[in-house]
Structures are given as structure tokens and as C-alpha cells.
Design a protein around this ligand. Sequence first.
Ligand code: ZN
Length: 145
Amino acid sequence: MILPVLLYKNKKLRKINKNIIKPINLNKIIKNMFDTMYYYKGIGLSAPQIGKNINLFIISINNKKMIFINSKIISYSKNTIISNEGCLSIPNIYVNIKRKKLIKVEYYDNKWKKHNKILNNNMSIIFQHEYDHIKGKLIIDYLKN
Ligand SMILES: [Zn+2]
């Protein structure tokens, strides 16, 4: 089911999103999020963008579906990389953002298996974008710096 994506003025996008306490069944929400993300041709979508204030986001690159629950960034590299980013909640706006090149992350997948990973380049950038959503931050906030 394709859901409406909340736009940047919506207050739900500014909330801190709580960790999910298992064993909530997230299958339906996750399926709807993928349907919605693919419909709008996104590569990532966070739960607050569909009005759910929980620590959950999805990413899809190279046709691979990835699900991130209760994500946390453990550490960052000093090296940075500039990325030009858009957001489904802010149509037609692109912002250059200085992101960390490498990040060390922790998260659970939809089977509640815990992962510890080092992400780089594109994966690192998209993860940081979606993780910003979990913290109530949007790409337009970087324009203030
Ligand atoms: Zn976004």
C-alpha cells in the first residue's frame, strides 16, 4: 500500500523517534514503506516520513532491500565527503551536505538479528540521511551552517 509521505512542515518529522521494543510485528509497516519508497522513486525512507515516530528506516540500492531497526551510529571517520541530497519530504530541493565518509553502526534487521557494520561511501551517506530523520533532522537544516 502506498502511503502519503509527510512534507517538511509536518511536526512529526521533528520528533525524536523511539527505539522499538520487540516483538512488535513490523512486517506490514515495512512492506508499505517499500511500496511507498519505490512508488516515489526514493532510495531510502524513514518511519517518521509516513507518520510513525519509531526508530525504523529502509534503504534500497542495487535492488537490495535493507531494513534498519533501532539504529545507532557508534563512531565516525574524520574524513568527510560532500553529497548532493534530496528528500521525499522536501520535493525538488537539493542540498550539498558534508557527511562522514565511514561510519560504524549498530542496528537490528526485521528478524531482530543484531548487526555491527562499517559503512562507506554511498551506503554511509544514505544511512546518515535516514538516521538524521530518526533524530528529527532534515536536509534543509544544513543550509543554516
Ligand atoms: Zn529524507
